[in-house]
Design a binder for this molecule. Structure first.
Ligand code: 5AD
Ligand code: SF4
Length: 493
């Protein structure tokens, strides 16, 4: 799936100063370099982009793929490729460890293919100690860049291909947003859309504000134009992405609220579903709840990270809400949108968390009854205020509480899912089922997964391949059986 924007660049005039023209100039240079290598090897060159972490990174990886495609690489699933790039995450320590582990394997591939290019980008590269370690212990790496200059990928690829030494380009921060570079989408019918970058909240455990920089909102006209183009290209569902979408637009020249942006996006003809993440409870406005309640397109799903149910811990986390305020917010959401699915993120083992604090978290989980929850063990990130706090919780206690919490959230999620059994609901068809080609797989408005058969085939008794022409369409499906976290259903024709 490719969306290439053509831009005529006068190559004789040297590299333009303006973006994105400058990157198109470098894409042309890179194309020639790749062609020369193709000739020398007698084959096409391959590339692999590996994504770690969140949806923001997944979207960034589509941008990397867009450039690699444009300059002539063929995308492959294996890491035994001519160009491999890891788009890294550093939100928890284990994300970092994974990267170091896998780099060892890449090093071995490079022994077999010495011309192989290895690149690293993303949040982990914004940490100086990481770059130092890479320079010292992973000398086979060719290119390292960070989160703020990902738009320069084409230019950096040219440098890496022509300079016979490690290229490092890390920016401390930026106010720049470069529009209109090529993107290669994973799905033809749905897409992530960045509405803002960075985060200003400085939750005390979180490294994101340090590696993604200050909050910057995209201009509404750029967002609308991008979505209109996506819709013209077959997209029916967008996921609006930001670390804290509820503070969208505050720093624009002409400030605009997130709710106002949603109203504008709703007007786009042909767009059928709108999702967004993530919402910070402290900034979730009545206006947003009202817009969601009235909307025909915004999915009935709110991801509302709790982090902790203890007001004492929430204060230490710098979250700016307490247990009661969070519960009131959930009540308001449910009063306005009765069938809304609410999901969350919870951290267990934040410094100083006692059994009483943990029981407060469990209490919120039981009161809210989340449709699903991501549960994390607190991970100490150096440079954050929480890393300096005393009374880090002993590992055994954290593990015990984590297991209790996980069991509880899973049990509640299964009960909530069961309640929809028998209902007929719209499903956006995403793909043929990976394990059973007679079934299609799609998602409900509340984000639950449904695997379903086309009843016509069942009636005729044949067990034929599922109807692929339905991919990207929204169809009614009867949720015949709940299987815990997903449903088995039947298409209603
Ligand atoms: N340790 C554990 N979990 C964390 N998260 C963010 N920082 C940390 C950390 N240091 C979790 C939060 C956030 C999610 C994306 O990751 O729950 O909402
Ligand atoms: Fe991290 Fe808090 Fe910003 Fe989310 S809102 S990215 S948890 S600092």
């Amino acid at each position: 799936m490719e969306k290439t924007i053509n831009m005529q660049i006068n190559m004789d005039a040297g590299a333009p100063v303006m973006e994105p023209q400058r990157q198109f100039y470098y894409m042309d240079l890179a194309k020639n370099l790749i062609k020369e290598r193709e000739k020398a090897y007698g084959r096409k060159l391959t590339a692999h982009v590996e994504t770690f972490g969140c949806q923001m990174n997944a979207r960034d990886s589509e941008k990397l793929r867009g450039i690699l495609d444009t300059i002539g690489y063929v995308q492959v699933d294996t890491e035994e490729a001519d160009f491999v790039i890891y788009n890294t995450c550093t939100v928890r320590e284990n994300a970092n460890n994974k990267v170091y582990g896998r780099l060892g394997t890449l090093g071995n591939y490079k022994k077999k293919n010495p011309e192989m290019m290895i690149a690293l980008c993303g949040c982990m590269m914004q940490e100086a100690h990481v770059v130092d370690r890479l320079k010292k212990d992973y000398r086979f790496v060719n290119l390292i860049f960070g989160t703020h200059n990902i738009f320069k990928f084409a230019e950096l690829v040219v440098r890496a291909l022509t300079e016979k030494q490690l290229v490092v380009d890390i920016w401390e921060d930026t106010t720049q947003i470069v529009e209109d570079l090529p993107i290669e989408r994973k799905y033809s019918f749905k897409s992530g859309v960045n509405i803002m970058f960075g985060c200003n909240n400085f939750c005390s455990y979180c490294i994101v504000p340090y590696v993604r920089g200050r909050e910057r909102s995209r201009e509404p006209k750029d967002i609308i134009r991008e979505i209109e183009r996506l819709v013209a290209d077959g997209v029916v569902e967008v996921m609006l992405l930001g670390q804290n979408v509820n503070s969208y637009g505050k720093n624009l020249d002409q400030p605009m609220t997130f709710a106002e942006l949603l109203r504008e996006i709703e007007k786009i003809d042909g767009l059928e579903r709108i999702r967004f993440m993530t919402s910070h409870p402290k900034d979730l406005s009545d206006e947003l709840i009202e817009v969601m309640a009235q909307s025909k397109k915004i999915c009935k799903h709110m991801h509302l990270p709790l982090q902790s149910g203890s007001s004492r811990i929430l204060k230490k986390m710098n979250r700016h809400y307490n247990k009661e305020q969070y519960l009131t917010l959930v009540d308001k959401l449910r009063a306005a949108i009765p069938d809304i699915a609410i999901t969350t993120d919870i951290i267990v083992g934040f410094p100083g968390e006692t059994k009483e604090d943990f029981l407060e978290t469990l209490d919120v989980v039981r009161k809210v009854r989340y449709d699903s929850a991501f549960t994390f063990i607190y991970s100490k990130r150096s440079g954050t205020p929480a890393a300096e706090m005393e009374d880090q919780v002993p590992e055994e206690e954290v593990k015990e509480n984590f297991d209790i919490l996980l069991k509880e959230v899973q049990q509640i999620a299964a009960e909530k899912a069961k309640a929809l059994e028998g209902a007929v609901l719209p499903v956006l068809v995403e793909q043929v089922n990976e394990h059973d080609s007679t079934l299609l797989t799609g998602r409900l408005s509340n984000n639950s997964v449904v695997h379903f058969s086309c009843t016509a085939d069942q009636e005729s008794g044949t067990n034929s391949h599922a109807d692929e022409s339905l991919i990207g369409k929204i169809v009614d499906v009867k949720l015949a059986e709940c299987k815990g976290f997903y449903y088995l259903g039947e298409l209603c024709r």
